[in-house]
Design a protein around this ligand. Structure first.
Ligand code: FMN
Length: 241
């Protein structure tokens, strides 16, 4: 009896066991793949839902109510708003050179700091810093920002808790390993004691749109870049002390 005959003979002799094993394998394989397929479709569905939500949000941010009704096509700021003419003071070339150098030297001293003194900041100074940030240019002069100064210790602590929780997730899950590695020279970490040490926090919010007095939506064009520029103005203002 050769090996093939022996295998056939064994299979015939144990056909019940063999068929049962085959059926069990088939059912197991089907269930395994069904679960895998279901997981795949669930994640695809979730991704699609997320993409749809992002698309709706984007559309909502950019959709202009006025486009649907020509009657509503009035400028967001009155057409007869007086134009404030730019009147730069006249200076000699030497003066311009000196001032540009001094401003450069001042700004070159700016540093990202991660430890702060608790010494209070006069309210008038804080007001001037925010007012300076508010002079920033913006798309169609929509000024799409809100600056919130927080000095209350309890609110600062609540903000610190939220930021630290988010940063913990950023460092452990959201940021790539390369990103976390690139941050090593700065010794940054999720724990941020300076958020409660500093006497004041300035929260910068971007408004994607706002509401006109007549209840219609007022579009804020280039709101992200406008708010980022205003944040830059704020940093520059803080440096002048
Ligand atoms: C968009 C942006 C994001 C930043 N994010 C962080 C941050 O999450 N944590 C931090 O400690 N510094 C952050 N920084 C500060 C940079 O690390 C810092 O600007 C850079 O190291 C250069 O140092 P300097 O600001 O002292 O010139 C950020 C800066 C920018 C412009």
């Amino acid at each position: 009896m050769n090996i093939i005959s022996l295998v056939v003979w064994t299979l015939e002799k144990n056909c019940f066991t063999v068929y049962t094993a085959l059926i069990v394998c088939f059912v197991g394989f089907t269930i395994f793949h069904k679960n895998k397929l279901e997981a795949h479709y669930r994640s695809a569905e979730k991704k699609e839902k997320l993409a749809r939500t992002a698309a709706v949000r984007k559309e909502r941010d950019f959709r202009d109510d006025s486009d649907e009704d020509p009657e509503l096509l009035v400028p967001a700021i009155p057409e007869d708003t007086p134009h404030i003419v730019y009147q730069p003071p006249r200076r000699t070339d030497d003066e311009v050179l000196r001032r540009s150098r001094e401003y450069y030297e001042l700004m070159a001293q700016r540093r990202t700091v991660r430890t702060f003194s608790a010494e209070p900041i006069p309210q008038d100074v804080l007001d001037n810093l925010i007012k300076t940030a508010g002079t920033s240019p913006s798309g169609a002069h929509t000024e799409p920002w809100t600056f919130v100064v927080v000095q209350d210790p309890k609110t600062k602590e609540a903000i610190r808790n939220i930021v630290e929780e988010e940063e913990e997730l950023n460092y452990s899950k959201r940021m790539s390993r390369q990103w976390v590695t690139d941050l090593k020279p700065f010794s940054t970490k999720p724990v941020k004691p300076y958020l409660t040490d500093a006497p004041a926090l300035v929260l910068v919010f971007r408004q994607a749109y706002s509401w006109r007095p007549d209840g219609k939506k007022r579009m804020h064009y280039y709101s992200e870049i406008s708010t980022a520029i205003a944040a830059g103005f704020l940093l520059a203002a803080i440096q002048v002390r």
